[in-house]
Design a protein around this ligand. Structure first.
Ligand SMILES: Nc1nc2c(ncn2[C@@H]2O[C@H](COP(=O)(O)OP(=O)(O)OP(=O)(O)O)[C@@H](O)[C@H]2O)c(=O)[nH]1
Ligand SMILES: [Mg+2]
Length: 344
C-alpha cells in the first residue's frame, strides 16, 4: 500500500455481492457462485484499494473466527496509520425477509463501525430484479430497511447513505465516489478509524470491543441453551435408568446425544477463549496462520510439479516443471497484487 491510496472495506453477508462489486473496479476479484463463502481471506487491491471481507454468516467459520480475521486486518492497518476512506455494506434485496443471520450481520456491522463512523458508510442494496413486479416488493423491503429502527434507520440518521446498486459498474462507481467525496468533506481525506480499530489500538482484547461483546453475548446464549438441553437429557437418562424395563437403545441414544451436546458446549467455550486476544496476540497468531498457509501452498506446488512430471509422456525434468509452475505462480501473484486496478 502506498500513501494516497484510498482504502474502502467491502462487507456484507455471503453472496451479497462483495466480490462482484469489487470486480467492477478490478477484474482480478473472483465472484463466487453457490452458497459457500469463496472469500477465504481479506484481499487488498492497489490504488483504490477495495478490501474484500468475509461475512458473519460464513458457512465455514464461526463469528469469532470471522471477527478475528477482520479485526486483525483492521487493527494492523490502523496501527500502521492506514485509515479507511469508507465502508460499503452490501445487502441482497432479493431476500424475502430480513431475519436471523441478515439481522445479526447488520448489528455486528454497526458495532464494528460504531455510530461515529456512519458518515463514511454506504449501505448498499444488491440483487435488484429486472422484473417490475418483483421490484415492487423489493422497493417495499428497501423502504422498510431505511425506515425501520431495527434495520438501517439509526445508521442513516447518523450519516450513513443508503443506495440502490442496480446498474452494475455505474452504480458501483457512484457509491465509491460518494464515499471518497464524504471522506474529503468530513475527514479532510485522512480517513476514519472504525470503533473496533480504536478500541483495539487502545489496548482492548477482542471480547472487550463492542462487536466482541455482542458476539460473546450470542455465544453465552448458545451455551445457556446447551446447558439447559443437557439438564433435560440428564433427567431423561436418570428416568430411563430407573425404569423397570430397561430400554438399552434408548439409554445409548441419550448418552450419544449428551456427548454431542458436551462437544458443542466445548466448542462454544473455545470460541470465547479465542476472543480473549489483544492486537499483539492477534498479530502473532495471524502471522502463524499465514506461515502455515504459505507452507501448505508450497506443498501444493511441489505436488503440482510432481504431477506435471508424471503427466508428461516424454518425460519432463524437475527444472522445467518448476519453471512452469513458478511462471504460473508469479502471474497469479501479480494478478493478486492488483496490477491494473487503477480506477479513479
Ligand atoms: N442479480 C444479481 N446478482 C448478483 C449481484 N451481485 C452479485 N450477484 C451474484 O451473486 C453471486 C454471489 O456474488 P459474490 O460477489 O460472489 O458474493 P460475495 O459477497 O463475494 O460472497 P462471499 O465471497 O461468498 O462472501 C454471484 O453469482 C454473483 O454473480 C447483483 O447485484 N445482482
Ligand atoms: Mg466473495
Amino acid at each position: 500500500m502506498r500513501e494516497g491510496d484510498a482504502v474502502i472495506a467491502v462487507m456484507g453477508m455471503t453472496g451479497s455481492g462483495k466480490s462482484t462489486f469489487i470486480s467492477y473496479f478490478c477484474d482480478t476479484a473472483a465472484a463466487g457462485h453457490g452458497l459457500r463463502s469463496v472469500t477465504a481471506q481479506v484481499e487488498a487491491h492497489v490504488s483504490l484499494i477495495l478490501v474484500d471481507t468475509p461475512g458473519f454468516d460464513d458457512t465455514t467459520r464461526s463469528d469469532t473466527e470471522v471477527l478475528r480475521e477482520i479485526a486483525s486486518w483492521l487493527a494492523v492497518t490502523y496501527a500502521h496509520d492506514i485509515k479507511l476512506a469508507g465502508v460499503v455494506y452490501l445487502h441482497g434485496i432479493q431476500m424475502p425477509r430480513v431475519g436471523g443471520p441478515a439481522h445479526t450481520n447488520m448489528r455486528l456491522f454497526r458495532d464494528l463501525c460504531g455510530d461515529e463512523s456512519m458518515a463514511s458508510v454506504a449501505l448498499v442494496t444488491t440483487h435488484w430484479s429486472r422484473s417490475s413486479e418483483e421490484r415492487v416488493a423489493q422497493q417495499q423491503r428497501y423502504d422498510e430497511l431505511v425506515s425501520d429502527d431495527a434495520f438501517w434507520r439509526g445508521m442513516v440518521q447518523r450519516g450513513a447513505r443508503a443506495f440502490k446498486h442496480d446498474r452494475g459498474p455505474m452504480s458501483a462507481r457512484r457509491i465509491v465516489e460518494h464515499l471518497l467525496g464524504r471522506d474529503a468533506e468530513v475527514n479532510d481525506g485522512r480517513g476514519i478509524g472504525l470503533r473496533v480499530q480504536r478500541e483495539i489500538a487502545g489496548g482492548a482484547t477482542l471480547d472487550r470491543t463492542a462487536v466482541g461483546v455482542a458476539i460473546e453475548a450470542r455465544i453465552e446464549a448458545m451455551q445457556a441453551a446447551y446447558e439447559s438441553q443437557l439438564g433435560d437429557l440428564r433427567r431423561e437418562l436418570d428416568d430411563a435408568r430407573r425404569a423397570t424395563q430397561v430400554n438399552e437403545r434408548n439409554i445409548d441414544e441419550i448418552v450419544e446425544e449428551r456427548r454431542a451436546l458436551e462437544g458443542r458446549l466445548r466448542d462454544e467455550q473455545r470460541k470465547r477463549r479465542r476472543l480473549r486476544v489483544d492486537l499483539e496476540r492477534l498479530h502473532q497468531e495471524r502471522s502463524a496462520d499465514l506461515q502455515r498457509e504459505a507452507e501448505n501452498v508450497s506443498r501444493m506446488l511441489e505436488e503440482r510439479i510432481a504431477a506435471i512430471i508424471a503427466e508428461n509422456p516424454r518425460g519432463l525434468d524437475q527444472r522445467v516443471a518448476r519453471e512452469r509452475v513458478q511462471r504460473e505462480r508469479s502471474r497469479r501473484r501479480r494478478y493478486k497484487q492488483g496490477q491494473g486496478c487503477f480506477v479513479m
